[in-house]
Design a protein. Structure first.
Lengths: 211, 563, 126
């Protein structure tokens, strides 16, 4: 076997003990989150298509619903979510500049934005429930078929905001202990998720409340 | 002579001296983030579900022995039996079984130490047992009766609570499948050694990559549809109920958005296995490597455009022809693979090992399944045999004759790597003949009864079909029996099989460059891939294989020379 | 490496070139994008309200106006989403692979939605 050598082959760039380099690790994490978001796009598309079909076929009910709902509350809510997305990216920027306190402040505002949004959604749902718009099918109600198409996508989105708020709190907890001082990838991953939730809301807001 | 680049590490020689080092069996019952352990966990649990699902198939065949109800108390009981049979075989056996081989083999073939996200990998696996419990519990509570496709209104207005549990379980399994697939994609794209370009990847990795892309893009459709189905069942919505302004066809469309691509989730990895096994056991480079890799991607993408051929009878008529055409187009990349496999073994030094026999079995059976697929794509014919045993025969030819034969080929091929011991080849050959002929006489006659008009999913059939059904049932029992041969073989070989050595099949892909079973970090030295993964006949590979032979001739057992 | 440094630098600069002018603001491009999102949202809501009134007042042109409204509003929503994805999610500085990862499901989901909208639903009109 002596004449068999691998000497002149290019050295392999792995390090010794199987630990990935930080850059490799970050790339993997980011690609993983993007792929996850890719699958979320498809799930949301199913939720949304149910609404669009309804929107096309039952113009009157939708117009009436718009009349009752108004756009004031939901516009304010949209602003809150857009702002929280901005706070999020500012938090990441602060951490990338090495400013841990700034990061904590911005991410704290992000979480607060999410909570306010959920509060707004709660108020809206209560008002709708008052009008008799409920999730289940009810032959007695003139809204019988509107509720489920409306609640399914918005509640599914709201659940994502809720998870996002929990994630933000976890980022705050870890960030306060200096977890992201050297490698802010954890914040970036949460940021991708949070911005994605924001993008979904941008589309839902337009499709459900405005068009 | 100048030194020849040979990627033979110290491992092969080490192997001779040392006894094989396997993880303790208790490791497999615990949470572990090692991809090799997780691979075996997937494999063993899926095989258990295969046995359960198989026992249910035996029940189905027993019921069909006579044209009347005898084993079952009612038609509904029969409905729930084939529903749970299909659900187990698809969601709990085939799909996770490919995750087993993918998990064990893909990181090794890439020369990586583990998957990209080891923790996520373990989590994806551990979602399966609770999901399985939920699904099986549903069967015993008040079973789902709507078939594995769960079309409403059967699944919304008529089935019992088992249907709700079925949907929950399928939801969990879908999430598990998405997480596993994200892991595969990141691993394959990001964790190759620098000198292994995407065009030098083993074909199993290509197949797993294509499969995972489908799983990530298609499984969420199922998740969305199941969410709506669950809402319909528990929250009183009427997404799929026309009486409440819903749309029954919406389910069929969304379900097949997922489930047709999912057909390729079930068979593409098998096609990857076939390229590996046929090349290695006939010692020839894969014919048309690039086209085979690309055809996997081609199947993945065309697979998204054919779903409505499952709905020929519920589709509006003007859309039938377009879907007939796309369905026929998908036969083209599949045909490319077929010719590549034939070209690969053509003129090779074929070893009729058990793995090779099952691969050849796949070739012969899958071509029948493929051709009946094209027949079913043809609209006039499909309308005639729609919902008959012809369809049952078709999908068992591709899922059993295809996927399961590939799973057996993969089992015989990689068992030495997983356990360090060879499987018993004589038992393997016996297993193959029982399985092959059992399969053929079970499912081929179904074509005939199907064309004669016997509908699927019925427990009571016209008396004229009884002779055919008894032949089918008898063969099915032989097929069922054959499974025990491989179970016995696996258990016996695990303890008493001959020591395998690092590379019993003289393969060139990276998983064979480490010990069998591989150490926890997979490789002692960094492995160096050959320029081509199937580069038999190159100077480097010849020198490498000579060295392997020499290692074996100095005392290591040499199973490959036995035939 | 230099490329990466340049991206980092760009990300953290407080100065942005916009329409040929240099703007300096805390947060740089992120703040400018937020401003754009806010303005676009206001435009969106106002034009939706305006067109709703117009549809009400001109019933004979309702179908056309409704189509204009849908296209205009969805166009603005897509621009807003793209801004978030491009700047906040940093698609701008990612590898092309990431763009494929996000475009592929959009394509598949988009085509599926179009298909479901194009076929007549079986449940309505009962």
């Amino acid at each position: 076997m002596a004449e068999l050598t691998a000497d002149h082959l290019p050295a392999v760039a792995h390090d010794d003990h199987g630990h990935m380099s930080e850059e490799e690790h970050n790339n993997n994490m980011k690609l993983g989150v993007w792929l996850y978001l890719a699958s979320e796009i498809v799930i949301f598309s199913i939720m949304i298509v149910g609404y669009i079909i309804f929107r096309i076929n039952e113009e009157d009910i939708v117009a009436q619903a718009h009349e009752e709902l108004g756009v004031g509350l939901v516009t304010a809510n949209t602003f809150v979510l857009l702002a929280s997305s901005f706070f999020m990216v500012m938090g990441l920027r602060a951490m990338q500049q090495g400013n841990r306190a700034g990061m904590l402040r911005w991410i704290g505002l992000t979480a607060l934005g999410g909570i306010v949004f959920l509060g707004g959604q709660y108020i809206e749902y209560s008002e709708l429930a008052h009008l008799g718009i409920v999730l289940g099918f009810d032959t007695a109600s003139e809204w019988s078929t509107f509720g489920m198409r409306f609640y399914a996508p918005t509640f599914f989105h709201g659940a994502h905001v809720f998870v996002g708020v929990l994630w933000a709190l976890e980022v705050l907890r870890r960030g306060a202990r200096g977890r992201y001082d050297n490698n802010p990838i954890g914040i970036e991953m949460f940021g991708l998720y949070w911005h994605f939730v924001d993008v979904v809301w941008i589309m839902l807001f337009t499709l459900i409340y405005l068009v | 002579m100048a030194t020849i680049a040979v990627p033979l590490g110290a491992q092969a020689e080490q192997q001779e001296a040392e006894a094989i080092r396997r993880p303790a069996l208790s490791e497999y019952l615990r949470w572990s983030v090692d991809h090799k352990i997780i691979g075996v966990q997937y494999g063993v649990s899926s095989f258990l579900f295969f046995l359960i699902g198989g026992a249910m198939a035996m029940g189905i065949r027993l019921e069909l022995w006579t044209p009347e109800l005898d084993l079952m108390v009612s038609g509904a009981a029969y409905n729930s039996l084939f529903t749970i049979h299909g659900t187990i075989m698809i969601f709990l056996f085939i799909i996770p079984m490919w995750a087993a081989f993918g998990n064990f083999v893909v990181p090794l073939q890439l020369g990586a130490k583990d998957m990209a996200f080891p923790w996520l990998n373990a989590f994806a696996f551990w979602l399966i047992p609770p999901a399985a419990i939920v699904v099986l519990l549903g069967y015993f509570v008040s079973p789902a009766e709507a078939g594995w496709t769960s079309y409403p209104p059967l699944s919304t207005l008529f089935s019992g609570d088992g249907q709700t549990l079925w949907a929950l379980g399928a939801h969990l399994l879908g999430i598990s499948s998405i997480m596993g697939s994200i892991n595969f994609i990141v691993t394959i794209l990001n964790m190759r050694p620098p000198e292994m370009t995407i065009w030098r990847m083993p074909l199993l990795c290509w197949a797993v990559l294509a499969t995972s892309i489908i799983a990530v893009m298609a499984t969420p459709f199922l998740a969305g549809a199941l969410t709506l189905l669950l809402l319909d069942r528990v929250a009183g919505t009427t997404f799929f109920d026309a009486a409440g302004g819903g749309d029954v066809l919406l389910w069929q469309n969304i379900f097949w958005f997922y489930s047709h691509p999912a057909v390729y989730i079930m068979v593409l990895p098998g096609m990857g296995v076939l390229s590996e096994v046929l090349s290695i056991h006939s010692r020839k480079p894969v014919f048309g490597y690039r086209m085979v890799g690309l055809s996997s991607m081609g199947i993945a993408f065309v697979g998204f455009t054919v779903w409505a051929h499952h709905m020929f009878t519920s589709l509006q008529p003007e859309l039938r022809i377009p879907f007939m055409i796309t369905t026929m187009i998908i036969a083209v990349p599949t045909g490319i693979k077929m010719f590549s496999w034939l070209g690969t073994i053509w003129g090779g030094k074929i070893r009729f090992t058990s793995a090779m026999l099952f691969a050849l079995g796949f070739l012969s059976l899958f071509v029948i399944g493929g051709i009946t697929g094209v027949m079913l794509a043809a609209l006039p014919f499909d309308i005639h045999v729609h919902d008959t045993y012809f369809v049952v025969s078709h999908f068992h030819f591709v899922l059993f004759g295809g996927s399961v034969f590939a799973i057996y080929a993969a089992l015989y091929h990689w068992f030495p790597k997983v356990t360090g011991r060879m499987m018993n080849e004589r038992l393997g050959v016996i297993h193959f003949f029982f399985t092959y002929f059992g399969f053929l006489f079970t499912f081929f006659p179904m074509h005939i009864v199907g064309m004669l008009g016997m509908p699927r999913r019925v427990a009571v059939y016209a008396e004229g079909f009884q002779a055919w059904n008894q032949l089918i049932s008898l063969s099915a029992f032989v097929l069922g029996f054959s499974t025990f041969i491989v179970v016995y073989n696996v258990i016996k070989s695990y303890y008493h099989g001959p020591i395998a050595g690092a590379n019993p099949w003289r393969a060139l892909t990276l998983e064979w460059q480490t010990t069998s079973p591989p150490p926890p970090t997979n490789f002692v030295d960094d492995p160096i891939p050959f320029e081509e993964p199937y580069g038999y006949g190159t100077e480097a590979s010849a020198a490498y294989l000579d060295a392997v032979d020499e290692a074996f001739s100095r005392g290591a057992p040499n199973p490959a020379s036995g035939h | 490496m230099a490329e990466a440094m340049r991206h980092e630098g760009e990300r953290h600069s407080n100065t942005v070139r916009l329409l040929g002018r240099e703007i300096t603001v805390e947060g740089g491009v992120y703040t400018v994008v937020f401003g754009a999102l806010a303005v676009l949202t206001v435009i969106e809501v106002l034009s939706a309200e305006f067109l709703k009134g117009a549809i009400h007042d001109l019933p004979e042109a309702a179908a056309t106006l409704q189509a204009i409204k849908a296209i205009l509003l969805l166009g603005i929503a897509i621009i807003k989403s793209s801004l978030v994805i491009w700047f906040y999610m940093h698609l701008k500085s990612e590898k092309p692979l990431i763009a494929v990862v996000i475009l592929l499901p959009l394509l598949i989901a988009g085509l599926s939605i179009m298909y479901l909208l194009a076929i007549p639903p079986s449940g309505y009109g009962v």
